[in-house]
Design a protein around this ligand. Structure first.
Ligand code: ADP
Length: 229
């Protein structure tokens, strides 16, 4: 679960109110879009969830943890509950697909035995078993994003956050990635997609939380991107 309770974020230096009294509750197993134009506060909201920034006011509770109360050394452990994918995939270009996923597990001190068991599972989940030995530059954009999704799932996160996951992909490939996100969600992971891709949001008819200049202007179940389409 993700609970924002009257969260305000002010960047002191520029005196920008990036989020203004934002409240919402995302239950376990939900699929939610966070939308809004540039400057709306989407990245700030993501950074708050990742504990990269602290709220100026209000509380953020994720999986029953009040995250602004976390100590510095607790933050890496907390982050393992979250899977994260980005628009630009962020793969290691000198490692093949298997090793890109395995590397994430090595950092977290998994054993070789666990790595050999989990990596094929997550690659199969994203339909990439046959590309385990391929290098990132041998993959299409959609395949690279699948690797990133596999990597995000190694810890079996309770929440997967996808920041503009289809921003670099053509529409057909974007649909495939959204399908995988939906499959991951059906297996029980809460999925939060931050985007301004209107067509995808409209098509998927999921819950939509919309920000505008830091204020939450919509929280709609099965919503579409804007009222005029
Ligand atoms: P979005 O991701 O929706 O484009 P952001 O969360 O990046 O929106 O930005 C929201 C507002 O906060 C903008 O006015 C932006 O300029 C400001 N902002 C974002 N990050 C910082 C920062 N580190 N320091 C100062 N202002 C920031």
């Amino acid at each position: 679960m993700v609970f924002f309770n009257r969260v305000t974020k002010i960047y002191e230096k520029t005196e920008t109110k990036a989020l203004n009294n934002v409240s919402f509750y995302i239950d376990e197993g939900e699929f939610v879009f966070i939308i809004g134009t540039s400057g709306a506060g989407k990245s700030t909201l993501t950074k708050l969830m990742l504990c990269e920034e602290k709220p100026t006011e209000g509380e953020i509770i994720i999986d029953n943890i009040e995250i602004s109360g976390l100590k510095h050394r607790q933050i890496p452990y907390y982050r393992r509950r979250l899977g994260m994918v980005f628009q630009d995939f962020r793969l290691l270009n000198d490692k093949n697909v298997f090793d890109n996923v395995a590397y994430a597990m090595q950092i977290d001190n998994y054993t070789t035995k666990e790595i050999r068991r989990v990596v094929p599972n997550v690659l199969s989940m994203v339909g990439l078993s046959h590309k385990a030995k391929a290098m990132p530059y041998e993959l299409s954009g959609g395949e690279q994003q699948r690797v990133a999704l596999a990597r995000a799932m190694v810890n079996e996160p309770s929440i997967l956050i996808a920041d503009e996951p289809t921003g670099n992909l053509d529409p057909a490939t974007a649909d495939e990635i959204m399908q995988i996100l939906e499959d991951i969600n059906k297996r029980g992971t809460t999925v939060i997609v931050v985007t301004h891709a209107t067509d995808i949001v409209n098509k998927m008819k999921k819950r939509v939380i919309e920000l505008d200049s830091g204020t939450m202007v919509r929280d709609e179940t099965g919503g579409v991107y804007s009222n005029d389409c």
